[in-house]
Write a new protein. Structure first.
Lengths: 336, 300
């Protein structure tokens, strides 16, 4: 048992180191590449410069790109962890905050918060959380009994919840002339461009305890994956664990949605990819999803910033272009 | 690693904050009533809207202009300047890369988040807020003031005031005000309601804006427009291929509408009508001619 634990810890450390290196590379690329100053070498030198020999480049790299890359990392980590948790709790490989409609509910809450003129902290964050709890409750009611565990039922309820959410969002947008909603379409597609360092730091400070909490529950998720009866015999309080995890995850997701809008499919792509490589043990998957998801969204956002000739596109466009086809493949596979 | 990055970036931010202030600066009150420190002689200006670019060119200060937004197409020279995104979706990185010593922003349209970020990066942002023709004249004078072109601004404004007076004099002679519907969006049909430049132009040019109401940019169905019975229907367009012809053909089928019966469906250049720039006075004259052609018969 002790040997097993020791083996597990070494494995955990190795996985973390490798993924941190990947994350570091993603960070460096994200900081060095942008619409201006195309020379990667000069940007790289700005990364490690300590004086202001080229203060414009310095400000661009550290004060414009850095908050954005950091936000992408935090959002990516949260969403992929969110996907992992929902997949474990609902025992359904297709569960993901965006597909379930949790993100949509948060978006409704956030828009209401914006219209009420609330500040981002704690106002919009809170209304967004209420919105996500609302859709969560709706999903749980729709799936009373065991039907949510079947893929088709889950997908159907997700489609319905999402359609309902987007109808409410369009309703709110059309009844208001509010100039604050000018960029709403971009925001709905997942927009990271408004990143501002102090706010990203606050977001990180809110989310890190949530990450730790999920990590504490990672063994419980392993037991849940073995089935309810098995988990109960192993002495797990299923109700308490499920409820806590659902609420913590909804909170995490809604906090990121209030910042970055709807970035879809990250919670699908990363957990599946990592599960293929690392196996089903959540004790390694939780940290792996954090670092992997962070690196993934940093790279997706990099594409979103650099692909268009004029301006940029929302990061959610890139994640959906990658994620949606994968979703279809997974659905086809799971039908077989 | 991340902690180290954060620490080093915070320390540089403090250094930048301490050293970034321009050497010689004056204080000017912008149109939002904020006291802004602007350089005495700004040389690297980024204009954050097409209308501001037009004002700077009209003041003859284009030499100071280093960047502008997408769709800044007037005068033709402006199209050659580097672009920093569109005015509702500014690209922060491109703005900063131009190393501006002053940005001129417009309240209606420019996202506040980006303006706040620019200021936190020590780039002074002078905001203008033209709400009607009268305050547009103030906008021009304010911009003239910070660009050391007050004299030019004064002649520009006096010229516009006299043109406005001419229109007022002409319009005072009319007997009947036609009902006007200006269509600024084709699908869906969008018009301009009260408290918009277009509403002011219609009223000044001697018409009744049938879209006036509490909403600034109301949407209409075809049926509602028919019920408003406009005598004149004007479509603003960016001269995109065939858009006006199609809109005109669609309206022409509704032969009950007075504007259709009298064959008074016109197209105007939308850039003239939706930018708070000096060209808005061209728009006023064009509109007066369209609404009251009889005033211009024989003369001028």
């Amino acid at each position: 048992m002790i040997l097993n634990l020791q083996h597990h810890i070494t494995r955990l450390i190795w996985i973390s180191i490798i993924l941190l290196v990947v994350l570091f590379i993603a960070f460096s690329l994200g900081l060095s590449i942008g619409p201006t100053h195309s020379g990667i070498r000069s940007a790289f030198s700005a990364l490690f410069a300590t004086n202001e020999s080229d203060s414009i480049l310095y400000s661009i790299v550290w004060r414009i790109r850095f908050p954005r890359v950091l936000l992408a990392a935090v959002v990516g980590a949260t969403l992929s962890l969110g996907g992992l948790v929902f997949q474990a709790l609902l025992r359904n490989p297709l569960a993901e905050p965006f597909i379930l409609g949790i993100s949509g509910g948060s978006a409704i809450g956030a828009i209401i918060g914006i219209l009420l003129g609330l500040s981002r902290f704690p106002g919009i964050c809170f209304t967004s959380f209420l919105g996500s709890l609302g859709t969560l409750a709706l999903i749980l009611v729709m799936s009373t009994g065991k039907s949510i565990l079947r893929k088709d039922a889950l997908l159907l309820s997700g489609v319905m919840v999402n359609a309902f959410c987007s109808a409410i969002i369009m309703f709110l947008v059309s009844i208001t002339q509010d100039a604050r909603l000018h960029n709403i379409i971009f925001w709905l597609m997942g927009d990271l461009s408004a990143a501002d360092l102090p706010q990203v730091v606050i977001l990180g400070a809110i989310l890190i305890p949530c990450f730790m909490m999920v990590f504490v529950f990672s063994h419980a998720m392993n037991l849940l994956m073995m089935g309810k009866d098995m988990a109960r015999t192993m002495g797990l309080n299923i109700k308490a664990v499920t409820l806590t995890l659902l609420i913590v995850t909804s909170f995490m997701v809604s906090a990121t949605v209030s910042f970055s809008g709807l970035v879809g499919f990250v919670g699908l792509v990363i957990p599946h990819l990592l599960r293929l490589v690392l196996g089903p043990d959540h004790r390694s998957l939780v940290p792996a999803c954090l670092f992997g998801g962070a690196a993934y969204l940093v790279l997706c956002d990099l594409l979103a910033r650099t692909l268009p000739q004029q301006g940029e596109m929302p990061a959610g466009v890139v994640t959906a272009l990658i994620g949606a086809p994968l979703f279809i493949i997974l659905l086809k596979k799971s039908r077989k | 690693m991340i902690l180290k990055i954060i620490a080093s970036s915070i320390s540089t931010i403090t250094i930048l904050l301490a050293s970034g202030l321009p050497l010689t600066a004056k204080t000017a009150e912008d149109q939002l009533g904020r006291e802004i420190r602007v350089p005495d002689d700004p040389k690297r200006i980024v204009a954050l809207a097409p209308s501001i670019t037009e004002i700077i060119f009209a003041l003859g200060q284009q030499g100071r202009l280093k960047g502008t937004t997408q769709f800044s197409n007037y005068p033709a020279e402006a199209a050659q300047l580097p672009k920093v995104g569109s005015y509702v979706r500014l690209d922060l990185e491109r703005i900063v890369a131009l190393n501006p010593d002053l940005c001129i922003a417009i309240k209606d349209g420019n996202p506040k988040a980006i303006i706040d970020r620019l200021q936190s990066l020590n780039i002074p942002v002078f905001a203008v807020n033209p709400r009607n023709l009268e305050s547009l004249l103030q906008t021009i004078q304010k911009i003239g003031g910070i660009l050391n072109a007050s004299a030019k601004a004064k002649t520009l404004v006096e010229d516009m005031q006299s043109r406005m007076q001419q229109v007022d004099d002409l319009v005072s002679r009319i007997e009947r005000r036609p009902r006007v519907f200006i269509q600024i969006g084709i699908s869906p049909i969008i018009s301009a309601g009260s408290n918009t430049f277009i509403d002011e132009l219609i009223v000044r040019a001697g018409g009744i804006n049938v879209a006036a109401g509490k909403s600034a940019y109301p949407h209409f169905s075809r049926e509602q427009v028919l019920a408003l019975a406009p005598d004149v229907l004007i479509v603003t367009t960016m001269a995109r291929s065939g858009a006006f012809e199609k809109a005109k053909a669609d309206w022409s089928r509704l032969s009950h509408m007075p504007a259709v019966r009298k064959k008074r469906i016109y197209m105007v250049n939308s850039d003239l009508f939706d930018r708070p720039s000096p060209r808005l006075f061209d728009a006023l004259e064009i509109l007066t001619r369209l609404l009251h052609p009889q005033l211009f018969e024989g003369g001028s």
